[in-house]
Design a protein around this ligand. Structure first.
Ligand code: KIV
Length: 273
């Protein structure tokens, strides 16, 4: 765990160049979201390559129906906790809705705030062709930026939902290529057929990180609450649950309530004499 000041740039063992160099390797890149110290520390201990402080926190932490209301200050608040918990993984923090769409200057100021105030190693924004100028400005100022194409949750109003598989192959390829040409060091591919993600992965020289984009990407990302089974109501086709934390937490909590109500807890072994 790092003792460094949050505003000290943190060069984690998994740096941006190392992450980018993993392109095409047989061993895939691993990415998980995290939003707080406790989860981030465990994922870092387990050896995840990168932790994404996703604006999905609006939904899985704040209980909102989309990522749209999430603010820059909230991303910084969560990003700083995650950075403090990690000693190995690259930490990437999402630029939230309307923190970069206005102008490249706005994006530079806000990405700069994220990197300075959290100590994270990179930022992520949604878009390809339409964000190319902004990605170029960030990359030119040496602010490492990852792009996110395909289903873009911040565009939920325009897209009319967040679960539609994106199938316009040429548009998706153009977005991913525009991000690469503009200087992104990696690109998230969300919700698209395997064949399209495989083609994009072949044609790009930066790593592709898939979510709902099949096995041919250079790496995979999942939202930690989904991967750990904390919300059994959410079960899209692409999701594999590696634990059933919802049941574990409900069962433990029910037992605790019962034991307190029955006077069983605290027992003698938990009591100072
Ligand atoms: O916000 C997020 O968690 C994301 C991932 C789903 C890629 O962008």
């Amino acid at each position: 765990m790092s003792e460094s000041h949050p505003s000290t740039p943190k060069i984690s063992p998994m740096s941006v160049p190392k992450f980018a160099a993993a392109k095409g390797r047989e061993k895939k890149l691993t990415v998980l979201t995290a939003y707080d110290f406790a989860f981030a520390r465990l994922f870092d201990q387990a050896g995840v390559d990168a932790i994404l402080v996703g604006d999905s926190l609006g939904m899985v932490v704040q209980g909102k129906s989309s990522t749209v209301p999430v603010t820059l200050d909230e991303m910084i608040y969560h990003g700083e906790m995650v950075v403090r918990a990690t000693s190995r993984a690259l930490v990437i923090v999402d630029l939230p809705f309307m923190s970069y769409q206005v102008s490249s200057t706005q994006a530079l100021e806000n990405a700069g705030r994220i990197l300075k105030e959290t100590g994270a190693g990179a930022v992520k924004l949604e878009g390809g062709v339409h964000q190319a100028d902004t990605i170029r400005a960030l990359a030119a100022a040496d602010l490492p930026v990852m792009a996110h194409v395909g289903m873009r949750p911040q565009s939920v109003m325009k897209m009319g939902g967040m679960s539609k598989v994106q199938r316009n192959e040429e548009a998706l390829l153009a977005d991913a290529k525009a991000a690469e040409d503009a200087g992104a060091f990696g690109v998230v591919l969300e919700l698209m057929p395997q064949s399209i993600a495989a083609r994009i992965t072949r044609e790009l020289s930066i790593p592709t990180i898939g979510i709902g984009a099949g096995p041919d990407c250079d790496g995979q990302v999942l939202v930690c609450h989904d991967m750990l089974g904390m919300n059994q109501q959410f079960h899209p086709k692409f999701l594999k649950r590696y634990a059933d934390l919802q049941s574990v937490i409900l069962e433990a909590t029910t037992r605790y309530l019962q034991e307190v109500r029955d006077g069983e807890f605290p027992g003698a072994e938990h009591t100072h004499q």
